[in-house]
Design a protein around this ligand. Structure first.
Ligand code: GDP
Ligand code: MG
Length: 162
């Protein structure tokens, strides 16, 4: 059995971009429109020497009030099925209410969670990441999914212990 890695986070943080990089496909819809990827999507991840199943999640239709509903459906199920969860946040936007909601949920799960600060290209990643420690998920990884920066290190931390 390959390990299952779920990508979770609010709309527009770059989940589908990371999914595409990990699966080297264009299957996931990457868009500037939040919530366009409406269903969970599975792919075979092969990145350098790593092999795994990766699950992209979407289905958030944009409004934070709707987040409860979304989390109760596709994304919750994806978290449940995963060996490890990558919780993505956006370095450029900082913490949002939706991030806090998701963090609260994830902290209660008995899962390996890695907090991933995406979009650190062209900005000071350490400065942009500092706020996210307050989500209470411990260590975090800085990446730029669109360019691949930090992805190998993230996979090492995620998959080597499994
Ligand atoms: P999702 O809703 O979480 O699946 O997010 P998407 O993967 O659809 O990406 C949302 C937007 O963020 C798109 O315009 C992407 O091009 C952009 N994006 C994703 N990753 C990066 C990154 O590493 N750096 C920058 N600057 N933009 C990114
Ligand atoms: Mg998406």
């Amino acid at each position: 059995m390959l390990p299952v890695v779920a990508l979770v986070g609010r709309p527009n943080v770059g989940k589908s971009t990371l999914f595409n990089r990990l699966t080297q496909s264009r299957d996931a819809l990457v868009a500037d429109f939040p919530g366009l990827t409406r269903d969970r999507q599975y792919g075979q991840g092969h990145y350098e020497d790593y092999k795994f199943v990766v699950v992209d999640t979407g289905g958030i239709h944009g409004k934070e009030e709707g987040l409860d509903l979304m989390m109760a459906r596709q994304s919750l199920q994806a978290v449940d099925e995963a060996d490890v969860v990558l919780f993505l946040v956006d370095a450029r936007e900082g913490i949002t209410a939706a991030d806090e909601f998701i963090a609260d949920y994830l902290r209660k799960q008995n899962k390996k969670i890695h907090l991933v600060v995406n979009k650190v290209d062209g900005i000071d990643g350490n400065a942009a990441s500092a706020d996210f420690f307050s989500l209470g998920l411990g260590e975090l990884w800085q990446i730029a999914a669109a360019h691949g920066r930090g992805v190998t290190q993230l996979l090492q931390a995620t998959l080597d212990p499994l």
